[in-house]
Design a protein around this ligand. Sequence first.
Ligand code: UDP
Length: 312
Amino acid sequence: MRAVVLGGSGFVGSHLVDQMLERGDEVVVVDSYLTGRRQNLAHNHGRRGFRLVEHDICQPIPVVGQFDAVFNLASPASPIDYARFPLETLDVGSLGTRNALILARAAGATFVQASTSEVYGDPLVHPQREDYFGNVNTVGPRSCYDEAKRFSEALITTYARVYGTRVQLARIFNTYGPRMRVDDGRVVPAFVTQALRGEDFTVFGDGSQTRSFCYVDDLVRGLLLLCEKGDGMPVNLGNPVELTLREFAEAVRQVVGKGGAVRSVRPLPENDPRQRRPVIERALTLLGWAPRVPLEEGLLPTVAYFRAELGL
Ligand code: UDP
């Protein structure tokens, strides 16, 4: 297929681009490099079917032509990134998504949105199904991201109703793998680099909060299936194996082979979800998708990547 990947130089975007090029697709990447990195796609320069446009999608997108798909992965995504760029995050979720939809409509493309489990906020219903409306503090520190993504979902589904554009919404749960930034503040880079350096694991709160970690290759396979087979309504993409943060630290210690004590270093950040696990029934029945890569396996290339990044 021919596709445009907005935010294609980021963590998830760059893996999507690689999988598409690998299977022979043509890909145009658009990225502003606000949080994406040139080095994530450097290996594709000059490769057939690959083109890169440096551009902020909050401005009209200068890509013309017919495409089969527009994937919108453009947004800061880690809590410290969106805290650092709160207005940019709101803009890309609103103005940026609008421009992305205009591009998809003009190109006759299917629009695929990287939405998020953050639309469920600090969920009062557990595990989370797509029909749960969520529990988000509209004025809290995470609202710039959560509400931007919620607004995006409203905009995209409305746009589809008004113009008949084909759209798909992936609600992405915690994802990990090579190319996460060492300093992005998320728990996977934090714990893996701490273990590699033999430092203590810095747990926020008492470490009883839970997350469910999906390896990036599984997620990307899900995004491609969703583009092809989705029904236009949100689909959770995540790994339903749920761990407390303390259990996750132990899993990292096992794979790295070292690591310090699990230490609570600060209270749980405001509105930090206390539990999170996807129900993936819809992904399974609609797309035939379920994660294949267990945590111990996915952590191996992840740890190798961070080891190289740290020069260890
Ligand atoms: N967290 C932690 N130590 C860290 C970084 C994060 O205990 O050094 C916690 C964080 O408070 C949250 C969980 O790990 O409860 C996952 O955080 P992350 O930023 O990776 O993603 P989130 O799921 O919150 O978007």
